[in-house]
Write a new protein. Structure first.
Length: 398
């Protein structure tokens, strides 16, 4: 549900899939008006990533609280309409391949001349220049080239992840950059260009790990932080997993041993010190794993929590959405679309004490707001019908 922090901000989004749409969804959650420009005739390809008569759940999650304007930016009239919008808007977000926006007449220099207050956000795979500038890029490539994937899998037997981590980290970074630029505009009066990429955002995201390598020369792998954090995942007697993170202070480690009735492990020379436990992590895990196989997850959670051990169930998505803490935080929101019916989403990641939320609006049908937006720009229905017939725009009915 959107707050009204950015209620006076208009964002024009010309992006597809995840990075740009996630960035603008965060702005929409803060109350910005987001107009999503989609290419005719089919719009954002993410609309069709799952079978649904209206829009995929992938698209729906990323595009709630937005308006859809179908506009052919390759046509002169389409660009004219886009520029009319941008002349009076605050933010432009694009994730074209580098150089495409400029070829369309929508490059940063052209739009800065049109609207000096515009915040212009470019999102790419590897950056707007450099040796990789012409390479196509997707989430898995961002994870791989940034080093993130090497921390999540064994490079000897690599497996790709089932989550668009680089995409979402990049969208989050873009949203952060846009907010900074809007704040800077309050001081300077001028907008600026904001740039990020899958490579930049994801490498920054693992900056702590990179800093360790730069300091020590040791190349980190999937287990490096696990060992250092004293983190474990165990399967219990009922075949349900849980996760434990002891780290520091020492009381958490001792609390774990007390809860499982294995204080003898504290006297083992291999495990007496934090560094010893790190170096002998696999041996320690072999000592602990059989213990957890003797009781159910619920029993272990009770015992561990009684001794203040940092522990939680290792949930699947269905379980987490039923969790009482998630329900307490009111993280599942609903909206109703007149054609698609009731929709449910996970809400935005932040809350504001004392600020009321407005009801969330459902994701738009393709071209649902085209006619209304064109009318705001001064076009009459005959002109809109003419544009639709020429394929320059598409309305929800055309």
């Amino acid at each position: 549900m959107p707050f009204k922090v950015l209620k006076d901000i208009t964002v024009i989004e010309s992006s597809t899939f995840v990075t740009g749409p996630y960035a603008t969804s965060l702005l929409a959650d803060l109350g910005a008006r987001v107009i999503k420009i989609e290419s005719p005739p089919e719009g954002d390809p993410y609309r069709y990533f799952a079978p649904d008569p209206h829009f995929s759940f992938n698209f729906a999650h990323l595009n709630r609280n937005k308006e859809s304007l179908v506009l052919d930016l390759k046509a002169a009239k389409g660009r004219e309409i886009c520029l009319a919008l941008l002349r009076q808007s605050d933010v432009f977000v694009e994730n074209f391949r580098p150089g495409t926006a400029a070829r369309l007449g929508l490059g940063y220099e052209a739009l800065r001349a049109l609207n000096p207050r515009l915040v212009y956000c470019s999102i790419s795979a590897f950056g707007q220049s450099g040796p990789y500038v012409d390479k196509p890029g997707f989430d898995t490539l961002g994870q791989a080239v940034s080093g993130l994937l090497s921390l999540l899998t064994d490079p000897g037997e690599p497996k790709v992840m089932g989550m668009a981590l680089s995409d979402y980290v990049t969208g989050l970074s873009a949203g952060y950059g846009i907010l900074g630029a809007l704040l800077g505009r309050e001081q300077s009066g001028n907008g600026c260009r904001v740039e990020t990429s899958l490579l930049q955002a994801t490498l920054s995201f693992i900056g702590e790990t990179a800093a360790g390598y730069l300091r020590t020369g040791a190349v980190p792998n999937r287990m490096a932080r696990v060992k250092n954090a004293h983190a474990f995942a165990f399967v219990c007697k009922d075949n349900l997993p849980l996760a434990i993170h002891c780290s520091v202070p020492e009381k958490f480690w001792l609390g774990l041993l007390k809860a499982i009735d294995r204080m003898d492990i504290a006297a083992d020379d291999r495990f007496k010190t934090r560094d010893g436990r790190r170096q002998n992590y696999e041996a320690l895990k072999q000592e602990l794993a059989p213990v957890f196989a003797t009781k159910s997850r619920e029993e272990w959670l009770r015992r561990l929590e009684a001794d203040d051990v940092p522990v939680v169930p290792l949930y699947n998505v269905a379980e987490v959405l039923e969790d009482p803490q998630v329900r307490h935080l009111d993280m599942v929101e609903e909206s109703v679309h007149p054609q698609a019916g009731k929709l449910q989403f996970v809400s935005g990641p932040v809350g504001y004490d004392g600020l009321a939320k407005a009801p969330a609006t459902p994701p738009p049908l393709l071209g649902e707001h085209t006619a209304a937006i064109l009318q705001e720009l001064g076009y009459g229905q005959p002109a809109i019908d003419e544009f639709a017939l020429a394929g320059i725009v598409k309305t929800a009915q055309s």
